[in-house]
Design a protein around this ligand. Sequence first.
Ligand code: 5GP
Length: 133
Amino acid sequence: MPSIFSRIISRDIPGYIVAEDDNYLAFLDINPLAEGHTLVIPKLEVDYIFDLEDEVLAGLHVFAKKVARGIEKVVPCERIGVTVIGLEVPHAHVHLIPINGVHDMDFSQMKLSFSNEEFAEIAKKIKAAIEEG
Ligand code: 5GP
């Protein structure tokens, strides 16, 4: 059974994709802590991030950096927080979250909800900002 994230990679289920290359994908978190909350994944389906090969793990972070630069151009924030939890979806992923303080990284707080149109609009802006470089 492919993970829910592998199903986003294969376009089996929809995702608000903001960046993609041969090895990595970035898309909006469907239950975001903040506008622009993005997940960055390797296309290779491995559950635990520290089971990734060194090269894949390093590449994931380099790819995340490019994505974070795009998010910060679109979403006003002090910086982009980076975290890995991985307790829910067994496919390694990095959370990129626009933050203004440490409380913005608190996963126990209420998640935001956006309409499909709002998610699509945020994704479009972030994608354009990443492509601009
Ligand atoms: P974690 O595994 O890091 O504890 O949490 C998984 C994250 O993936 C959560 O923030 C959750 O909102 C997000 N998530 C779970 N299912 C989906 C999905 O189908 N699509 C997207 N875009 N995000 C998801």
